[in-house]
Ligand binder design. Sequence first.
Ligand SMILES: Nc1nc2c(c(=O)[nH]1)N[C@H]1C(S)=C(S)[C@@H](COP(=O)(O)OP(=O)(O)OC[C@H]3O[C@@H](n4cnc5c(=O)[nH]c(N)nc54)[C@H](O)[C@@H]3O)O[C@H]1N2
Ligand SMILES: Nc1nc2c(c(=O)[nH]1)N[C@H]1C(S)=C(S)[C@@H](COP(=O)(O)OP(=O)(O)OC[C@H]3O[C@@H](n4cnc5c(=O)[nH]c(N)nc54)[C@H](O)[C@@H]3O)O[C@H]1N2
Ligand code: SF4
Ligand SMILES: [Mo]
Length: 708
Amino acid sequence: MRGLPIAADPEAERISSHCCFCSMQCGIELHPASGPAGFEIKPSPDFPVAAGRLCQKGLNALGHTVHEERLLAPYRRSGPALPGAPWQQTGWEEALDGIASSIRSIQERYGPHAVSLFGGGSLTNEVCYLLGKFARVALRTKYIDYNGRYCMSSAAAAQMRAFGIDRGMNVPLDDLPMANYIILAGTNIAECQPTMVPYLLAAKKRGAIIVTIDPRPTMTSKLADIHVSLQPGFDSVFVNGLLHVILNENLYNQAYVDAYTTGIEDVRQAVRDFPPDAVSEYTGIPKEVIRTIARGFARAETGVVLTARGIEQQINGVEHTLNYINLCLLTGKMGRPGCGFGPVTGQANGQGGREHGQKADQLPGYRMIDDPEARRHVAAVWGIEPEELPGKGVSAYELFDRIHEGEIKAMIVLGSNPLVSSPNNTRVEEALKKLELLVVIDLFETETAAYAHWLLPGSTFLEAEGTLTNLEGRVFHRPRALQTPGGVMEDYKLISMLADRLGRGQYFQYGSPEAVFDELSRATAGGKADYSGMSYARIKERKGLFWPCPSPEHPGTPRMFENGVFYHPDGRAKLHGIEPKKPAETTCRDYPYILTTGRLGNHYLSGTQTRRTAALMKKAPVPVAEIHPSAAEKLLLRPGDRLRLTTRRGTLVIDVKVVQDIHPTTVFVPFHWGGEHSVNKLTSDALNPISRMPEFKLCTVRLERVAP
Ligand SMILES: Nc1nc2c(c(=O)[nH]1)N[C@H]1C(S)=C(S)[C@@H](COP(=O)(O)OP(=O)(O)OC[C@H]3O[C@@H](n4cnc5c(=O)[nH]c(N)nc54)[C@H](O)[C@@H]3O)O[C@H]1N2
Ligand SMILES: Nc1nc2c(c(=O)[nH]1)N[C@H]1C(S)=C(S)[C@@H](COP(=O)(O)OP(=O)(O)OC[C@H]3O[C@@H](n4cnc5c(=O)[nH]c(N)nc54)[C@H](O)[C@@H]3O)O[C@H]1N2
Ligand code: SF4
Ligand SMILES: [Mo]
């Protein structure tokens, strides 16, 4: 970036903000410093969630913000839109007019739904809300979805089915130290939400038992008393074993189940054939371990189950999540201090991102777009007729199917790098090439942007004010810390100006993000994610408010279901009997191993930001595959060898390391790289039938040694 960043308010005594990366959203402060960034980041002592703590990503978050490759002006291409093709810098007027005229021309020829929008979960609530409104009101397209579909959609669907509402974690983090038994399934908190670890340690200090369930040893499993090494895809089998013990030995909380739930007979039926011996046979987990965990969790006075993408990113991810919810409901660990279920949100605003209408089937406030009452309410707030609102579109990955089918001709991407982060991404690349118009609004020329016709500069977390909703459902305010550099404008302004060029400016008259929030809170009134009792003033004063918060007097809802009332029409939570199903691919002679993918502590998602941060790149410059010693032995692997991984979709050659205690069938590869290092060339694009979330966590793979 040319020139040092400038404080938004040069008079301010303190410059506060929040980290841009994970859902913990730790508070930061910028302090003047020598060096190219002009500032350094220190942890803020004020934000209650992780006061005084930051992980290495947070400490280095200025690295990309001031990077020399930051986009500072709009760019266009007149020739082919392919990697390496030249860009011409333009002004905003030319860019906005040019994009609007292409959109109009495409819609005149093919209809409104030929234009699509791909959003993201790292954006503020205000920008997420505006993207949903922009799609429906300015573009009038049904085709909007976002990267959260790759992220928490299975957990969201499961919570809606079980509780009738999806508020991320049902318990505030402050409850964790009160839990006597903590089960962590498919969640690598120590690397993915590192500042949450002290909450777990506080529980441990009080004597809590911690169980981790993961196919590989992780930084998180180091905290565990019991680590269950499970082959990917087997969570529902394993949990059925736990539920079998709990029901058979009468360890369930009958009073709670009778008063507050329905469906116990379905669970009894489903677990009938899963006694510990059988489960042990299917999974290799000793039956004593199954009994110990089942009894331990059921008998504990308090307990929490936390889950994440490990169990969700599967075609059976909704079922896996429902089964872990069963565990909490059957044992009555819900709605009390130190009790509850929590699917751990991932992105900065992964929670808020899925509440305000970026999802193909939703309107703000977690309202469903095919619900006539929801359409009436939101249309009234927006000042349009309900009939003008388009219907339900398709999920993120299916947008690329529609491009292949010729129905979608244009895409606007803001806040995602889907060419790196989508499954089977060679197919995504082919889709991008077919677009007549691709507009990318980002901080950098991403792998996705390499195929764009227009590239517009976005604002960073430090340059844009707004609210975000953390993993606990706590809505907090992030002030604007720095002025936008060069020709950059805040994302919310850019969206409003483009709406204006499309002739819909009257619906996008906002003087500030606060004005957007005020409309958002009205739009959510009466919806499931009700923010209507919130205002910037209240949120700032309280350092965050938990939704639901339906009136200005309402204190917010840190702990859900305290009154035993759930959000189904009968007020009860629903237990679900889960009959475990096979994943999309099972091992065979040609593909004898299972590839699972995920994260490293040093990198973030598609790597756009962290691969441009020298301090983080030093620690993890390239992806490395993790394999079990028995696999290394079979391959006759020698020091210095690399590994060729081949799936039904592609091949990848990368470095390899042997890891004791990873499940013998399993190979792990992180996904933070693009191009020749992209593991998503290999991953399966099978989708969960309910949530439409891809099966990133397992496909079958062949391994071969590559000599140096
Ligand atoms: N450092 C860092 N932190 C991040 C992110 C990042 O990119 N980097 N991303 C953020 C985002 S958006 C998200 S969604 C979260 C994700 O946070 P997590 O879901 O915790 O991260 P993952 O590494 O994707 O997966 C978690 C674990 O699931 C395990 N797993 C794989 N298959 C299975 C299975 O079948 N069963 C079980 N029980 N476990 C399985 C993997 O081995 C892995 O250790 O992290 C957030 N925080
Ligand atoms: N194999 C495999 N693939 C996965 C996963 C996995 O576990 N395995 N996990 C999936 C999950 S959980 C997720 S969440 C996705 C995420 O994957 P992506 O959606 O690709 O996530 P990011 O890399 O965060 O992309 C965000 C982009 O927006 C830009 N950006 C950031 N902040 C702003 C802003 O304020 N304004 C603008 N205009 N741009 C901004 C960044 O520079 C970056 O290019 O990946 C998914 N892909
Ligand atoms: S824990 Fe998450 S929010 Fe906190 S500093 Fe690290 S990446 Fe940022
Ligand atoms: Mo995510």
